[in-house]
Ligand binder design. Structure first.
Ligand SMILES: CC(C)(COP(=O)(O)OP(=O)(O)OC[C@H]1O[C@@H](n2cnc3c(N)ncnc32)[C@H](O)[C@@H]1OP(=O)(O)O)[C@@H](O)C(=O)NCCC(=O)NCCS
Length: 164
């Protein structure tokens, strides 16, 4: 196994793996405000929403992470980007999230976005909060008790932002 991570646009044949990773992450119910039982069709409607650019991270020919990048709002808010990231539990802590985060910021800049905003970072998601902070994202708001964590109950949520 090499440590080389290749990030490329998602293609149709990737869809089964994208669904597997998406389903694993949302079924855990501890990081995204998404119905843990969301079906594949709705998941794809979310992941490949109009204007979204979806990417996969590959290592040794296997998909080990996925992310999607799109504008956070329409019209006058369309110059701010938003993104979602997922790495399967078995592949976490190996730099895949960081590689995708760096790639995403580069890609957002290349597309002309002026800022990146994450609307809903669950405060108990320590690796995500730390990773986004290391990539220059700042906590600009705390939403008290905005997420019902399956084990920890009502926990705070951060809005994170950085200029590009
Ligand atoms: C968040 C997520 C994308 C990070 O991906 P990853 O591949 O595990 O991340 P990395 O291995 O690149 O590690 C990222 C950082 O987190 C830190 N980290 C890893 N595990 C950690 C832990 N348990 N506690 C605190 N920090 C941790 C690492 O030190 C690393 O920081 P560094 O790059 O500055 O050294 C991944 O955990 C995931 O998909 N989680 C479920 C879905 C999710 O939470 N998505 C983000 C929603 S905002």
């Amino acid at each position: 196994m090499t440590n080389d991570i290749n990030i490329r646009p998602a293609k149709d044949p990737d869809r089964d793996t994208i669904w597997e990773i998406f389903h694993e992450v949302i079924a855990a119910g501890d990081t995204y405000p998404i119905d843990p039982e969301m079906c594949r069709e709705d998941a794809f409607a979310y992941w490949f929403q109009t204007g979204a650019r979806a990417f996969v991270a590959e290592r040794d020919g296997h998909i080990v992470g996925i992310y999607t990048l799109h504008s956070n709002q329409a019209g006058g808010g369309a110059h701010v980007a938003n993104a979602a990231f997922m790495v399967p539990a078995v592949a976490r802590g190996q730099g895949i999230g960081r590689a995708m985060g760096e790639h995403c910021l580069r890609e957002a800049r290349r597309l002309g976005f002026r800022a990146m905003q994450f609307n809903f970072v669950v405060s108990t998601n320590e690796s995500a909060v730390k990773l986004w902070q290391n990539l220059g994202m700042k906590i600009v708001a705390t939403l008290p008790g905005a997420f019902r964590h399956p084990e920890k109950g009502y926990v705070d949520v951060y809005v994170m932002f950085r200029s590009l």
